[in-house]
Ligand binder design. Structure first.
Ligand code: FBP
Length: 563
């Protein structure tokens, strides 16, 4: 059916139709921010290191959780607000809908309210690069993937000078609310800014929005970060297609590394959606203190057992963050992090990676130096690449699947010599990461992000600075979702970053006692030896609600039983 928007040459037909989709708002937000009141809960505490976090955040520590309840609140419509939004960190499907919800919420409260977008992530605040987001501009971005409306970036606003610069920009343009859409690191930054503005007596409200495909920014009140639903559906489609190819050709082992910087939530979710033969879970590797050799033995055992049945094929899922969970690699990475930070200037003067590597190896303790030398050259170099501005290793650039396959080839050859393996091992390697981050948001993510943005507008208009937008009870229909805010300091603990102790929002890793892992553990032996593959197919945007509105296994397992 042709539509008005489909005449835009830069707009695909699907995009044109999706632009017309009206996200379903939770009932509580439907009449707009002037019809919700703030109900406060009990005072909160940080998840760990309470005394230190409290000392670092004297103005924002201990704030109560807030929930929106029905009630007349005309005061929020009487003030005129200039809000600004910034997209921070990796892309996640639904970012544009956060902005759409924010814009619509602000305008509903008072049509004179304005929304600016800082360009290119937090650096846009420092460099005062922004554009106004008008309803007209927003039109073609509703329900689309990507962050291209204002782009994103990973700059961390940290030094006194940067904090002061950020404040200067916001004061100059009379911005009274800043909405930071980001993951754990970016929302830590939101907490730091909220505290700093209060310390400086600046009346600027800072609100965070939980974004990351990794799914590791969650707790009791943040049931999932946005983007996880769509990204896992995209990866599951691709993995399912490979499972079908494997089962048709029956000649390759496919090793698929899936994104997720640290936590293995994405890999576990995709495993539930596709039933691959082997799924490695980083958190289990850490809990069992599995060495690289033990991981290789585990994989080789399954490959040999399938070969015995004449099955020289299969699918293995490898979480991107696995490398940091293997105890000896974790120790090596941690030592490298400190060395790279301590010797930044000296290393910058060296031209070749070989020179850098030799220098680093000479500074490592003997055991770690030996490990570094034993790694394939490519992997050792990848481990030394620059950390991101938050001090994280860029695991998306480390080809762990190649490391595993290389080591497996050696192991299987040894087993062959010892008459313990009599198969054929042809491996194909993949990395599915960036493919999933800018997909057209699923119906769940389209609704969830719009609600998160609209809710952030209500929080900002109520002056709830230092809060993360929280939309919960997500296994229910969107109309029944609950809305409110969670203090950012409540999620913090102290961690070592770039060689220093820093307050950061604690990542939610896969819990081995949690239902998503327990359900997987029950079935993995069956999946290992059979071809119980599932083929989820592409995300459906139109059709029966049970297909279009499907939520993740993770959310269902974690929240399904809760009221
Ligand atoms: P966020 O935590 O910022 O959402 O980013 C997540 C992620 O997609 C990881 O899964 C991945 O390791 C990383 O970003 C890649 O970062 P970059 O985009 O800088 O290459």
């Amino acid at each position: 059916m042709p539509t008005k928007t489909s005449k835009n040459p830069n707009c695909s037909l699907l995009q044109a139709h999706r632009c017309l989709y009206k996200p379903v708002l939770p009932e509580i937000l439907k009449k707009g921010p002037c019809f919700v009141k703030v109900k406060t809960g009990k005072a909160t505490q940080s998840v760990a290191d309470q005394a230190t976090v409290k000392k670092m955040f004297p103005n924002t520590y201990g704030m109560p959780e807030v929930t929106f309840i029905k009630g007349s609140n005309p005061a929020v419509g009487k003030k005129t607000v200039k809000a600004a939004v910034v997209l921070s960190g990796g892309q996640a499907p639904g970012g544009h809908n956060v902005i759409a919800g924010l814009l619509d919420g602000l305008k509903k409260a008072n049509p004179k309210n304005k929304l600016y977008g800082f360009l290119g992530g937090p650096s846009g605040i420092l460099d005062a690069q922004w554009k106004e987001i008008t309803p007209k501009l927003m039109e073609n971005y509703r329900n689309t993937g990507g962050f291209d409306l204002i782009q994103s970036g990973r700059t961390k606003i940290e030094s006194e000078e940067q904090l002061a610069k950020a404040l200067d920009t916001l004061k100059k343009y009379k911005v009274n609310a800043l909405i930071i859409v980001g993951g754990d690191d970016s929302n830590t930054n939101a907490g730091v800014l909220a505290e700093y503005f209060k310390q400086q007596g600046a009346d600027i409200c800072v609100i965070g929005v939980p974004k990351t495909i990794d799914g590791d920014l969650k707790n009791d009140k943040i049931e999932t970060s946005f983007g996880f639903d769509t990204a896992t559906k995209i990866y599951a489609e691709m993995v399912g297609n490979i499972c079908r190819d494997v089962n048709s050709a029956r000649k390759y082992w496919h090793f698929i590394r899936l994104m997720g910087r640290s936590a293995s939530h994405i890999t576990l979710e995709v495993a539930h959606e596709t039933h691959p033969n082997v799924t490695l879970v980083g958190e289990e590797v850490l809990a069992k203190k599995m060495t690289l050799k033990q991981i290789i033995d585990y994989l080789a055992g399954i490959i040999a057992a399938r070969a015995k049945q004449g099955k020289n094929f299969g699918v293995v899922l490898v979480p991107e963050g696995l490398i940091e969970f293997i105890p000896e690699m974790k120790a090596l990475i941690s030592a490298l992090n400190d060395l790279l930070a301590d010797h930044e200037a000296e290393l910058a003067k060296m031209d070749s990676i070989t020179e850098k590597k030799e220098f680093i190896i000479s500074k490592l303790p003997a055991k770690l130096a030996a490990l570094m030398k034993s790694l394939p050259a490519g992997i050792a170099s990848q481990l030394m690449l620059d950390r991101d501005p938050h001090g994280n290793v860029q695991v998306s650039l480390i080809e762990t699947e190649k490391l595993l396959v290389e080591m497996l080839r050696t192991r299987l050859a040894e087993m062959k010599k010892a008459d313990k393996y009599n198969g054929k091992f042809s491996a194909i390697m993949h990395f599915f990461g960036y493919e999933g981050r800018c997909g057209v948001p699923s119906t769940f993510d389209a609704n969830y992000t719009y609600a998160l943005g609209y809710n952030a507008a209500a929080l900002a208009l109520n002056g709830c600075s230092g809060y993360l937008s929280s939309v919960r009870k997500l296994t229910r229909k969107p109309q029944q979702w609950e809305c409110g805010g969670v203090p950012l300091t409540m999620m913090m603990n102290i961690e070592r970053r770039k060689g220093k102790e820093k307050p950061v929002i604690r990542k939610a890793l896969v819990e081995l006692t949690g239902e998503p892992f327990k359900q997987f553990a029950k079935k993995r032996d069956l999946w290992a030896m059979s071809e119980a593959y599932l083929f989820p197919g592409p995300i459906q945007y139109f059709g029966p609600a049970e297909v279009t509105d499907m939520i993740t296994y993770t959310l269902r397992f974690e929240r399904g039983g809760k009221k």
